[in-house]
Design a protein around this ligand. Structure first.
Ligand code: IPE
Ligand code: IPE
Ligand code: MG
Length: 239
């Protein structure tokens, strides 16, 4: 299960990114193009999620953050929302042995109090069950919005540091407090926007927009993006 399908260049290349963030977009269009209900696209997207987690484990990535449901996605029809909210539970029940075997730690970013109770319980269970895993950390952004996160962090900042705090202090109030900023953001689905994802954390992230829809994205696509990332020069404001 952990063997590499595609080899990355030798170690003289720039290092692997430690944190990859993905906006998993295009499920609905994938289904519509096949004359299927949008929910079929979300189910197919779950398979992509499984494949990309597996590939990330194989490559030795430390952090993978997946935009699963935004604070704006509540505007969708109730039946679609309900279906999406059932997927974390389906995923956990089915993939638990493989995730544990791969030493994957699950984490949730976002306001879990706003989730349906069953979804909230299952994600809490998954987070608790995997909390001591030391391999890949998979963070699911669920009921997540970048602006809401910044407002929440601002509130915590004022409580903890008052007006004298700095950027590092501010970041302790983000959902991602214990994670490094992503080196790499991937958005499949063809749109070239951030859609309220990790607004603070993406300040210096390399952005990759991929035209493939999320259900068509696989481990080889992930490797290709990482290869391209390693070829880009990362200066972060320096020379
Ligand atoms: C992403 O796929 C999944 C969620 C936002 C939950 P979409 O459902 O946005 O798919 P498109 O963009 O409509 O094709
Ligand atoms: C972003 O996709 C949110 C997730 C993938 C969870 P959307 O489909 O909701 O974003 P927009 O509507 O294209 O901005
Ligand atoms: Mg979309």
């Amino acid at each position: 299960m952990f063997r590499r399908k595609v080899s990355l260049p030798a170690s003289d290349a720039s290092p692997l990114p430690s944190h990859i963030a993905i906006i998993m977009d295009g499920n609905g269009r994938w289904a519509e193009r096949r004359g299927l209900p949008r929910t079929a696209g979300h189910r197919a997207g779950l398979e992509s999620t499984r494949r990309v987690i597996k590939e990330s484990v194989r490559l030795g990535i430390k952090y993978l953050t997946l935009y699963t449901f935004s604070t704006e996605n509540w505007k969708r029809p109730a039946a679609e929302v309900e279906f999406i909210m059932s997927l974390p539970g389906e995923f956990w029940r089915r993939e638990r042995p493989a995730l544990e075997e791969a030493n994957v730690r699950l984490k949730v970013l976002g306001d879990i109090n706003g989730l349906p109770l069953a979804t909230r319980h299952v994600v809490e269970e998954a987070v608790a069950a995997t909390q001591n895993a030391s391999g890949l950390t998979v963070s699911l952004a669920l009921n997540y919005g970048g602006r809401a996160e910044i407002v929440r962090a601002a509130r915590l900042f004022m409580e903890r540091y008052g007006i004298m705090g700095n950027e590092v202090d501010f970041a302790t109030g983000l959902y991602t407090a214990e994670l490094p900023d992503p080196e790499l953001l991937i958005r499949p689905g063809g749109e070239r926007r951030i859609s309220n994802f990790l607004l603070w954390q993406l300040a210096y992230t390399e952005l990759f927009f991929v035209d493939k829809l999320w259900p068509d994205f696989d481990g080889n696509d992930l490797v290709r993006v990482i290869e391209e990332y390693r070829g880009r020069s990362v200066r972060r404001g320096g020379l």
